[in-house]
Design a protein around this ligand. Structure first.
Ligand SMILES: [Zn+2]
Length: 276
């Protein structure tokens, strides 16, 4: 469903000259120390680090997309989260897109993931042996939301998903985590104890098969543009109600023309793209 987000952002008039295809055809990171430049949905990444494709507690999927590059803080985050879930007895995580080798806009799938500080982590888990990377292109990735989009699919959703989201939200450096409105609603209705972590769960379209972790700009990245905080509280009141009553963004009508998402990137990204 992520292309809808792309459509909507494009509809808001964020256009520029940088062609998305350029960023997706560069297969290696740029030299230099890691630096996030610009905003999550209009930026690039110098000195990206690759996420190791396998490690305790996770495996990267859809390797052929070559979007497993990010900030060291994101690599650390994923490995730490995976270790914690493994220690908690959960099956290993499926890690999806982080970013392209130099960040920047991707031709398909995302408006953000441009500065190495966004990552998609799938709700699906398959206990048992790992597969080789070549066999991870089209895994089963079930949604936690019913196919008719009327609510949580309780044949898929389990407390393990909630434990995963809570652990993910309570780790350091998390700016926000995007989830589907039904997931947020269910957790708002059921979370007990300290509910501070609910503040990090931000509702967005889609995000029913995976959640999207966004980290804060790391120290020492002066060109990284932070995002304003979203909820003042747990976000379970009016901001959530709005998604059911009058969604702030919605799906385009069937057959609506799509414009490619062409954000205007900071000038410093030109050198990142053209570096050897
Ligand atoms: Zn994402």
């Amino acid at each position: 469903m992520k292309w809808f987000v792309v459509f909507l952002l494009a509809a808001f008039g964020i256009h520029g000259a940088a062609a998305a295809a350029d960023w997706s055809t560069v297969s290696t990171p740029s030299p230099g120390p890691t630096q996030s430049i610009g905003f999550y949905s209009a930026g690039c990444l110098q000195g990206a680090q690759p996420l190791p494709l396998d490690a305790p507690g996770y495996e990267a999927i859809r390797i052929s997309r070559n979007r497993y590059w990010g900030q060291p803080v994101m690599v650390d985050y994923i490995q730490t989260l995976a270790n914690r879930m493994h220690a908690a007895g959960q099956a290993h995580l499926y890690i999806g897109d982080i970013g392209q080798p130099r960040g920047g806009p991707a031709p398909t799938g995302h408006a953000s993931h441009q500065v190495g500080l966004d990552a998609d982590i799938w709700f699906e888990r398959q206990p048992g042996a790992r597969r080789v990377p070549a066999d991870r292109e089209n895994p089963r990735l079930r949604s936690l939301v019913r196919a008719d989009d009327t609510g949580i699919d309780d044949t898929v959703y389990t407390p393990a998903h909630v434990a995963l989201l809570r652990t993910a939200a309570e780790m350091p450096n998390v700016d926000r985590i995007f989830v589907n409105k039904f997931i947020k609603q269910r957790i708002c209705q059921t979370a007990t104890g300290n509910r501070t972590w609910l503040n990090k769960l931000v509702v967005w379209l889609g995000h029913d098969e995976h959640f999207h972790v966004r980290l804060h700009c790391p120290p020492g990245n002066p060109q990284c543009q932070p995002q304003a905080a979203y909820y003042a509280d747990d976000g379970c009141g009016e901001p959530l109600d709005l998604w059911f009553r009058a969604p702030p963004v919605s799906l385009p009508p069937p057959g609506a023309p799509q414009k490619p998402y062409r954000p205007k990137l900071p000038a410093a990204c030109n050198a990142i793209l053209s570096a050897p």
